[in-house]
Design a protein around this ligand. Structure first.
Ligand code: IPE
Ligand code: IPE
Ligand code: MG
Length: 237
């Protein structure tokens, strides 16, 4: 029995099956330190790695991270370039550590706008990690509206004349993930910013003022604890 008590939640089952993060506040975090926004993104990437590991340790089946939105391309070129450079570096690291991490990486969003070398790396990572069970979705060039239009076009191509909610869900980028349980947004803003619009239908929302680079393992634990106290009614009583 004593042994069982020490078992991580992973083995006893985490109530959160699918969690998503709007990783906001990198720029403000850097500004507070008198540094350029790029500096915040660098530390934001470190926070992402910590949070990803923690989600896996907790036994969360799928974790989705909002890395770069369809609207983020309108930022100054210098900032976009620095994010792409960080992404490229992360994809290299990810490839090196694929076995160690034992998670399945899926990139949500069209890969078309990315340079061919980045696209190739994303495809290789998806392919090489596809047998792992736990999912990490990286939303890159992702927009909720874009995803809905993408799903509708996929269904049209199948020639269906009538579709169900289940058909629609399975045409989305997140088709491999369980139903979304919770969205965590850092940085203090109370909005969704075009993230997981379809999937958010009954997700619990969790907002914190903490800026993303300050978000740590214990903050994931706090969000999960908070989830346990939510009364989910799904329209019932
Ligand atoms: C989130 O942090 C990262 C991306 C959107 C790429 P921000 O860069 O939006 O940081 P703030 O919100 O300006 O502080
Ligand atoms: C949302 O943050 C996108 C990501 C975290 C990747 P933004 O900073 O782009 O959102 P807004 O502009 O504050 O709504
Ligand atoms: Mg922001």
């Amino acid at each position: 029995m004593a042994d069982q008590k020490q078992k991580p939640q992973a083995e006893t089952g985490c109530p959160v099956k699918h969690i998503a993060f709007i990783m906001d506040g990198n720029g403000r975090w850097a500004k507070k330190r008198g540094m350029p926004r790029e500096y915040g993104h660098k530390f934001g990437a470190e926070a992402f790695k910590k949070v990803m590991r923690r989600c896996s340790e907790l036994g969360i089946e799928a974790a989705t991270f909002y890395v770069f939105s369809t609207e983020n391309w309108k930022r100054p070129q210098k900032e976009v370039d620095s994010i792409m450079k960080l992404l490229d570096e992360y994809l290299d690291e990810c490839q090196r550590e694929l076995e160690k991490n034992d998670v399945r990486f899926i990139f949500l969003g069209s890969k078309d706008p990315f340079p061919p070398s980045l696209r190739r790396k994303m495809e290789q990572i998806e392919e090489r990690s596809r047998h792992s069970k736990k999912i990490v979705n990286m939303a890159l060039n992702y927009g909720g509206r874009d995803e809905i239009v993408y799903a509708a076009n996929r269904l049209l191509k199948c020639g269906k004349s009538k579709i169900t909610e289940a058909d629609f869900s399975s045409a989305l980028y997140t088709s491999e993930s369980p139903e979304l349980d919770m969205i965590v947004r850092t940085g203090g803003d109370l909005r969704i910013s075009n993230f997981l619009l379809w999937q958010a239908a009954y997700a619990e929302l969790y907002f914190t003022d903490k800026l993303w680079p300050d978000f740590k393992e214990k903050d994931v634990d706090e969000a999960v604890e908070n989830f346990k106290n939510r009364k989910r009614r799904f329209g019932g009583v």
